[in-house]
Design a protein around this ligand. Structure first.
Ligand code: PHE
Length: 449
C-alpha cells in the first residue's frame, strides 16, 4: 500500500481543521441558541464547555488520528489490541462514520438555503421573508439546492487531501475571516445597535442556568468543534510526528470560538438596529428557531436598501464558505473510511458516498421538523455519545496516551489533559446524555405521531 497522504504544510492542516470547525454551527446554530439561552450567559457556558470538555476531546482525537495514521474505524482497531473490549471498539468508529452520514445529510440542506440566500440577497430580499423561508426551506427547492451544494463538496473531496481539501481551505478560511470581521465592523456603524450589544454581551444568568441551556451549550461545543464523530481524528491521520498537538488544538478551538463570537457581533446589532428582535427572541412556536436567522436577517437587509444587498450577499457568502469547508470534513470521514475499510478508490468513494448522503438529505429537505430532529439526534446522541466513548477509550484503556500525544516535553499540560479526559469529560457528558436522551427520543417519536 502506498504510504498515507500528508498535509503539505502546517498552515494547510490548521486551515483545514479550522475550516471543519468553523461553519453553520458558529453562525446559524450559535446565534439562535444564544438567542434562546439568554445571550451572554449562554456564551459563557459554551466557552466553559469548550475549554473543559471540547479541548480534551479534541486532543484525544488528534492523538488517535496521528498515532494510527488511519481513518476512524481502523484507528480504533489499531489501538484496541490488548485493551478491554478489544476490536469491539471498532464499533465506535462505525458510529462515527454513521454520524458523518447523518449530519452531512441535513447540513447540506441548510447549506443549500445559504447558497440560495446569497443569490437572493444580491437581487434584494422580498417583502415577506417568513413566508418565503417557509416555501423554500422544505420540498423540492430545498432538495435541489442541497444537491448543488453536495456536488461541489464531492468534487473537492474527490480531488484529494492536499490538492482538494488543503487548497480550498487555504483560500476559503482567510476569506471567511475577512468577511466576518468586515461585517461585524460595518454593523457597529449602524444606528440603534446599542441594545443588540447589550443583549448579546450582558449575561442573563437567571435565564441561562437551566439544565436545557447547559445541555444545549455542551452539545454546541461538540458540534462547533467538529468533535465526537472522527472529523478531527481523520484530518489528524494525515499529520506527521512533528506537530505539537496540544498547541494546535488550542489554536483550532480559539479560532472556532472567535468566529462564533464575531458572528454574534454581526447578527445581534443587525437585527436590533432594524428593531427585529421579536422575530428572533420571540420564539413563539419552537421550530421557528431553526429559521429565525433566515427570516430576521433578510428583513434587516431588505430594510437597509442597496447597502443591504451587498452586506446581505457577503453575509450569506460567509455562511456558504463556512458550510463548505465543514461539509468537506464530514464527507472526508465517510470517504476515508470507505477507502481504508472497503479498499475503494478515493474518486469512487467520494461519488458513491456523496450520492448516498445526498439522497438521505431528501428526508431533511422534506420538512424542517424532520431536519430539527436529525440535528437533535446527531448532537445529543451521536456527538456527545461518541465523545464519551472516545474519552473512555483514550483516558482509561489506551496504552500511554501521553506518549502518543506529546511532541516535545509538555508533560505537565498532558497530565492535566488526562485528568480532564478521565474524570471531567465523562462526568459532564453522562450528565448531558442523562438530561437530553429522553427528550431526543421523544422528538423522534413525535415525528410519527
Ligand atoms: N463544526 C461544524 C460547524 O460548526 C459542523 C461539523 C460537525 C463539522 C461535526 C464536522 C463534524 O458548522
Amino acid at each position: 500500500m502506498a504510504s498515507r497522504e500528508q498535509w503539505n504544510s502546517k498552515a494547510g492542516f490548521l486551515m483545514a481543521a479550522v475550516g471543519s470547525a468553523v461553519g453553520l454551527g458558529n453562525m446559524w446554530r450559535f446565534s439562535y441558541l444564544t438567542a434562546e439561552g439568554g445571550g451572554a450567559a449562554f456564551v459563557a457556558l459554551y466557552l466553559v464547555f469548550t475549554l473543559m470538555v471540547g479541548l480534551p476531546v479534541m486532543l484525544a482525537e488528534l492523538t488517535v488520528g496521528r498515532g494510527s495514521g488511519k481513518s476512524p474505524i481502523q484507528a480504533l482497531a489499531h489501538y484496541a489490541n490488548g485493551v478491554t473490549g478489544g476490536v469491539a471498539w471498532k464499533l465506535l468508529g462505525v458510529v462515527f462514520v454513521a454520524a458523518g452520514f447523518l449530519i452531512l445529510a441535513y447540513y447540506g440542506v441548510i447549506a443549500g438555503w445559504t447558497v440560495r440566500y446569497a443569490g437572493e440577497a444580491l437581487m434584494g430580499f422580498g417583502a415577506d421573508p417568513a413566508a418565503h423561508f417557509g416555501e423554500i426551506s422544505q420540498g423540492i427547492d430545498a432538495f435541489l439546492f442541497h444537491v448543488v451544494f453536495m456536488a461541489v463538496t464531492v468534487w473537492i473531496v474527490r480531488s484529494g487531501v492536499t490538492t482538494g481539501i488543503e487548497r480550498v481551505s487555504l483560500f476559503a478560511m482567510p476569506l471567511l475571516f475577512v468577511l466576518v470581521i468586515g461585517i461585524a465592523v460595518y454593523a457597529s456603524t449602524l444606528d440603534g445597535v446599542g441594545p443588540g450589544y447589550a443583549y448579546y454581551l450582558n449575561a442573563d444568568f437567571a435565564n441561562a442556568l437551566s439544565t436545557k441551556v447547559a445541555v444545549d451549550a455542551a452539545g454546541q461545543a461538540f458540534f462547533s468543534l467538529s468533535l465526537g464523530m472522527g472529523a478531527m481524528l481523520t484530518y489528524a491521520s494525515y499529520l506527521g510526528r512533528d506537530h505539537d498537538l496540544p498547541v494546535e488544538s488550542a489554536i483550532i478551538a480559539t479560532a472556532d470560538f472567535g468566529v462564533a463570537f464575531l458572528a454574534g457581533l454581526m447578527v445581534f446589532p443587525l437585527i436590533f438596529a432594524l428593531g427585529l428582535q421579536s422575530d428572533v427572541l420571540g420564539l413563539e412556536s419552537d421550530g421557528s428557531t431553526i429559521g429565525a436567522l433566515f427570516v430576521a436577517l433578510p428583513k434587516a437587509f431588505a430594510g437597509m436598501g442597496d447597502a443591504g444587498r451587498v452586506v446581505g450577499f457577503l453575509f450569506f457568502l460567509a455562511l456558504v464558505v463556512g458550510a463548505l469547508t465543514s461539509a468537506i470534513s464530514l464527507l472526508e470521514v465517510v470517504v476515508s473510511a470507505a477507502i481504508d475499510g472497503l479498499g475503494w478508490e478515493r474518486s469512487r468513494a467520494a461519488i458513491v458516498m456523496g450520492a448516498a448522503i445526498t439522497l438521505l438529505g431528501a428526508a431533511a429537505a422534506s420538512s424542517t421538523d424532520v431536519l430539527g430532529v436529525m440535528d437533535g439526534v446527531a448532537n445529543n446522541l451521536f456527538l456527545v455519545g461518541g465523545g464519551l466513548g472516545l474519552a473512555i477509550f483514550v483516558g482509561w484503556l489506551m496504552k500511554d496516551p501521553i506518549a502518543e500525544a506529546r511532541t516535545g516535553d509538555r508533560q505537565g499540560w498532558l497530565t492535566g489533559w488526562l485528568f480532564l479526559l478521565r474524570f471531567v469529560v465523562p462526568a459532564v457528558l453522562l450528565w448531558v446524555l442523562w438530561n437530553s436522551v429522553p427528550a431526543t427520543l421523544d422528538s423522534i417519536a413525535g415525528l410519527f405521531r
